[in-house]
Ligand binder design. Structure first.
Ligand SMILES: Cc1cc2nc3c(=O)[nH]c(=O)nc-3n(C[C@H](O)[C@H](O)[C@H](O)COP(=O)(O)OP(=O)(O)OC[C@H]3O[C@@H](n4cnc5c(N)ncnc54)[C@H](O)[C@@H]3O)c2cc1C
Length: 378
């Protein structure tokens, strides 16, 4: 018997059967507390963007077969499992018993587990592990076409490969929903539009400036059958907004997800070794012949791959708050109230952070993002 039925029969017993049909009431939307003591850190991450999309291909380096698996822009978590599937397929072509994975971020961990599931004995070699990898500083939402490539630079098969990666990843991510610690969970997201501005005389308006189209590939329409839709929201809310839409998005509690992935990898016999590589010839130090290279932005220096453009993004983190688990988006600001911290991110335009490799936090921009969040609540 479901809880709704129980509730109805309970009401009937209490003589309240004349009530109209019951619908699930929404949990109240609790405003996020935005006070200085609640800010516990500000982080910066670099998206490893490649105009042609992620590099997933084999290269022979000395006596090693290197399968590259890097350059996922703003979609590394989102596409990780599907990318791992493609990379591990290449790595298993010579049926190796042992595989080395370089990197312990989103791409390294998922590639390592996928290689184990394909039957290989896997060691991860990495300079950093969670919480020091760049993947730990991501927003944590399923955004498979966020700054993933440029239309002018991709080959004809890119969209199909991307779709397969996105669909495979979605299935694998879903397998972590409901586990202890909620590594992956669905969350309501509210998309807000500002209240209508007071009408101004045309002469007082600044001239309209069309933003330059950066030419990024947008493919999410291909996933219409699996991506939840957004609908107008008319319920009670605390927002200072003219129009609200609500949808359900897949989110990653990255602390818990990394912990789960590391534990799964170790439980299947995997090993971690701290190691830094300075040039491709350093790979000769490894005992494994087949190497999967998941070094993310690090591949730019290690493999001298200047096709990687850094795209800087900053997040201000507020401590988690009880009963506050939702996402918000309003032009220029993205907020995700995760269980491991509330992400507050000034999004700027699509070109924001472009070719900027400065990983030092900007405290003025951090304060502006917090002020903007405060102003969202009526
Ligand atoms: C602000 C921001 C928000 C984002 N939000 C999202 C999001 O919500 N969803 C999403 O899908 N994506 C998001 N991204 C993108 C995502 O963070 C990246 O695509 C992803 O982290 C890349 O993961 P990776 O494993 O390739 O690299 P990394 O996490 O950087 O891992 C690289 C690994 O390789 C190791 N390594 C590197 N070089 C060497 C070397 N020379 N020797 C030894 N080891 C080395 C590192 O130590 C590390 O272990 C966001 C990015 C930014 C900047």
């Amino acid at each position: 018997m479901d809880r709704r039925h129980l509730f109805r029969t309970g009401l009937a017993a209490a003589g309240l059967s004349a009530l109209p049909t019951l619908v699930r009431a929404d949990a109240p939307i609790i405003p996020i507390r935005v006070n200085a003591p609640d800010v516990f850190r500000t982080t910066v991450c670099l998206r490893p963007f490649r105009a042609a999309g992620p590099r997933i291909e084999t290269e022979v380096v000395g006596r090693k077969i290197v399968v590259h698996n890097y350059g996922h822009g703003g979609s590394g978590w989102s596409l990780s499992w599907g990318s791992a599937e493609a990379a591990v397929k290449l790595a298993m072509q010579s049926s190796p018993e042992k595989i080395a994975v370089i990197g312990a971020g989103a791409l390294g961990l998922t590639a390592a587990i996928t290689a184990q599931r394909a039957g290989a004995d896997v060691t991860i070699y990495a300079r950093e592990r969670f919480p020091f990898v760049r993947s730990a500083r991501a927003t944590g939402s399923w955004t498979p076409d966020s700054r993933i490539a440029k239309t002018a630079a991709v080959d004809a098969g890119f969209a199909d490969r991307w779709e397969r990666m996105a669909r495979t990843s979605l299935v694998l991510h879903r397998g972590f929903v409901g586990l202890g610690g909620n590594p992956v969970e669905w969350m309501d997201q509210y998309v807000l539009r500002k209240p209508p501005a007071p009408e101004l005389a045309p002469s007082s308006l600044p001239p309209a400036v069309e933003p330059e189209d950066p030419g990024f590939v947008y493919l999410e329409d291909r996933l219409r059958d699996v991506v939840p839709r957004f609908h107008a929201y008319t319920g009670v809310h605390p927002f200072n907004a003219g129009e609200i839409r609500r949808g359900t998005i897949m989110t990653f509690n990255v602390a818990s997800y990394c912990h789960q992935l590391e534990s799964d990898f170790l439980a299947a016999g995997g090993r971690f070794e701290a190691m830094e590589f300075h040039t491709p010839s350093d790979l000769s130090r490894l005992k494994e012949k087949v190497v999967v290279n998941c070094t993310g932005y690090g591949a730019r220096a290690l493999f001298r791959d200047e096709s990687i453009t850094p795209v800087r993004g900053q997040i201000v983190w507020l401590v988690p708050q009880a009963d506050v688990h939702y996402g918000l988006y309003i032009s220029g600001l993205l907020v995700l109230a995760r269980r491991d911290g509330i992400v507050v991110q000034a999004t700027g335009g699509e070109m924001s952070g472009w070719n900027d490799d400065n990983e030092t936090p900007d405290s003025i921009a951090a304060q502006a993002a917090l002020d903007r969040l405060k102003s969202i609540y009526a």
